[in-house]
Design a protein around this ligand. Structure first.
Ligand SMILES: Cc1ncc(COP(=O)(O)O)c(C=O)c1O
Length: 421
């Protein structure tokens, strides 16, 4: 049996209706911006494997650092113990986070980073003797698949079986020039009607919502209203973090800084899962008390795993290097040039860009997981480019190390798709 056949015997894949899509493509090797399948065919990873492997797959610098760490300390309980990689990571991260962030808390993935953020916000009010139990979120945001994160996610077309168990979430649309006054009005109505604990949002780019983008200045006004009402603001930077928007964190574009930031994905550069939720000193201080019950009783077995921390430290070093910063700049400029060339194409409805994230909407109607979506995906894969359309949206979010030639091939493949439609 080959890998594809063996896979079918015991494996259950995420986001997959196995009756309609029984086959998974075996990938046997990855290097830089390239993936290789079991028949030796190569693919350019145009989405950095769900925005993780930003410094390139199997990055040799990270491998060297991890290797050292693996020989020194593999794992230690993080309740009551500490270690150099966790301490060093906290120091390095604080240097690049918005400067109101002071404390970092570990978990395992983007969903749990948000789950932690939501729980921190709820307990912040609880510890201060206030009962606040409503969360505000954007209509079509995505924050993950655990219960709190799933409740906050407006993109929940497939969450029907769980809706009766959601935490209380009130929604507002993402703001723009046209709806801004209405959004503010609705925000104020929600605040006066419910006991709002927190507002969770993806800053500037909603990844799963087909790379929907909105302006910093409107978000800033919403954050100011939250601050005035002591509503804890949680920036979900799971997708946007670590350079993708052109700055280390999207929150840097917004004047009002969040109280809490969740991050994962590129934090560990595609090597191992890990997540972090950072917060202000003020939030942390609310948990300090003679009563044990006011502590934050949330833990994951692998919290601050030393190997994952060593990956993250190496990742941050790479992010701050001139080489990677130059690459980010090169990709931004390259997308801008591509956009000028392509945006008037009759098969394109709109285009948008934020940093290295480039997206276009096709001028055709199609379902998010419908037949056409798979045809387009297969068109790209046949040509050796891995791009995963989100419904009618095609987006590029490449590893920073993608070469000029590889990036041009991604563009050419999109152009060839447009000609074929
Ligand atoms: C903005 C955002 N938040 C949270 C998540 C969930 O992260 P994970 O899949 O690691 O649980 C994602 C995943 O795509 C995301 O894009």
């Amino acid at each position: 049996m080959n890998l594809k056949e063996r896979d079918k015997k015991h494996l259950w894949h995420p986001l997959t209706q196995h009756k309609l899509h029984p086959d998974a493509l075996p990938i046997v090797k990855a290097e830089g911006a390239l993936l290789y399948d079991d028949e030796g065919k190569e693919y350019i990873d145009g989405i950095a494997s769900w925005y993780t492997a930003m410094y390139g797959h199997c990055n040799p610098y990270i491998i060297e650092k991890v290797n050292e760490q693996m020989r020194t300390l593999d794992q230690i309980v993080f309740a009551g113990f500490t270690h150099e990689p966790a301490v060093q990571l906290s120091e390095e991260l604080i240097k690049i986070l918005p400067n109101n962030q002071e404390k970092i808390f570990f978990s395992d993935n983007g969903s749990t980073a948000n789950e932690v953020g939501i729980k921190m916000a709820l307990q912040y009010h609880f510890n201060r003797g206030e009962k606040r139990n409503t969360i505000i979120a954007f209509n079509d945001g995505f924050h993950g698949d655990t219960f709190g994160a799933m409740s906050a996610s407006g993109l929940s077309v497939y969450n029907g079986p769980f809706e009766d168990f959601f935490i209380d979430v009130q929604r507002i649309p993402t703001p723009n020039k046209e709806n801004f006054e209405e959004v503010l009005k609705e925000l104020l109505r929600i605040i006066s009607t419910y006991n709002v604990a927190a507002f969770i949002y993806e800053p500037l780019v909603q990844g799963a919502n087909a790379m929907h983008m909105f302006e910093a200045k409107y978000l800033n006004e919403i954050l100011k209203v939250c601050n005035t009402n002591n509503i804890i603001t949680i920036a979900d930077e799971v997708m946007t973090g670590f350079g993708k928007t052109g700055k280390n964190f999207a929150s840097e574009y917004i004047e009002t800084k969040p109280d809490i930031i969740s991050m994962s994905k590129a934090l560990t550069a595609g090597f191992v899962p890990m997540a972090i939720t950072s917060c202000t000193q003020e939030i942390y201080d609310t948990f300090l008390d003679d009563s044990v019950g006011k502590a934050f009783f949330h833990a994951h077995t692998y919290s601050a795993n030393p190997i994952a921390c060593s990956v993250a430290i190496a990742g941050i070093e790479l992010l701050r290097s001139k080489e990677i910063q130059d690459n980010i700049y090169r990709i931004i400029k390259s997308h801008e040039e591509f956009d000028i060339k392509i945006k008037k194409h009759p098969k394109i409805k709109t285009t948008r860009q934020q940093g290295v994230i480039y997206a276009l909407d096709l001028n055709i109607e199609m379902d998010r997981y419908g037949k056409k979506r798979y045809e387009i995906f297969n068109h790209f894969m046949k040509q050796g480019v891995c791009l995963r359309p989100l419904g009618k949206t095609i987006y590029i979010l490449p590893p920073y190390v993608i070469t000029k030639r590889q990036l041009n091939k991604v563009y050419e493949t999109i152009l060839s798709l447009l000609s074929s439609l």
